[in-house]
Ligand binder design. Structure first.
Ligand SMILES: CC(C)(COP(=O)(O)OP(=O)(O)OC[C@H]1O[C@@H](n2cnc3c(N)ncnc32)[C@H](O)[C@@H]1OP(=O)(O)O)[C@@H](O)C(=O)NCCC(=O)NCCS
Length: 226
């Protein structure tokens, strides 16, 4: 990208010159991309919007892990505390945000996959971590792990996700890590299509036992070279 990871700027791709009125999605794309999008390092002040976006990407995973752990704190509030504290793999130093005009529109959290072992799972009831153990164990050793990525609903489909993945590839390359890996729920067809379009292939899959607190069960492991 020509800039240091975490400071990239993505300009408008430019509108077409034809006279026909573009379809609605193209118009959204033009409007959304007309002001520069900045991808920057997150700070502790971004913890709340990052937590809200992480919850959307997890499709129930974070609520499954965190609900009820701290009296009167929602899963989102607990997650925001973890991100703000900054010392674990989910912390703000491992996040980048996509921002336009001061608004956080997207986030990505990524780190060397071995850091999954640093997740503070001991504060979580054993039945929850045991249930998810097959997911954490199905990993691509030595890869850079794209843990979570999400874009605010009104801004999806205009290229922010692509820009965030480019950022992650740059982060891995800067650390000389040869592959990026990720998990995605098998029902998340839009995200899977995006990853495949960007060169990720399915390298494994995990099916969790059924659980009344987590509807998502089948996850794909995907990876691509940097
Ligand atoms: C997946 C996600 C991060 C992609 O970000 P994005 O900014 O919408 O992606 P881009 O605009 O760069 O790329 C668009 C592609 O994403 C895919 N996509 C996934 N969900 C989409 C949605 N709701 N709207 C539009 N495109 C979506 C499509 O393949 C689309 O390709 P197309 O433009 O050829 O149709 C975003 O849709 C999102 O936040 N989804 C909810 C959280 C999530 O599922 N995260 C991934 C968990 S592994």
């Amino acid at each position: 990208m020509g800039t240091a990871p975490g400071t990239g700027t993505h300009d408008s791709p430019g509108a077409g010159s034809g006279t026909a009125r573009p379809p609605a999605r193209s118009r959204l794309k033009e409007t959304a991309m007309s002001n520069a999008l900045t991808i920057r390092d997150a700070t502790d002040a971004d913890a709340l919007p990052i937590a809200a976006l992480m919850l959307q990407a997890g499709e129930g995973l974070y609520e499954f892990l965190l609900d009820g752990l701290v009296p009167d704190l929602s899963a989102q509030a607990i997650l925001a505390h973890l991100i703000e504290a900054g010392d674990g793999p989910l912390g703000w130093p491992e996040c980048r945000v996509a921002e336009r005009e001061g608004q956080v529109l997207g986030m990505v959290n990524a780190f060397p996959v071995e850091r999954l072992d640093e997740l503070a799972l001991d504060m979580i009831p054993l039945d929850r971590t045991t249930h998810l153990a097959p997911l954490f164990q199905a990993r691509d050793p030595g890869s850079f792990y794209l843990s979570t990525m999400a874009v605010v609903p009104t801004q999806r489909g205009v290229g922010i996700g692509v820009a965030l993945i480019a950022e992650v590839l740059g982060m891995a390359g800067a650390r000389k890590i040869p592959r990026v890996s990720l998990h995605v729920w098998s029902t998340n067809k839009g995200a899977i299509a995006l990853y495949e379009r960007l060169g990720f292939t399915i390298t494994g899959q995990v099916t969790l036992p059924s659980h009344d607190r987590l509807s998502a069960r089948r996850a794909l492991l995907m990876a691509r070279a940097v």
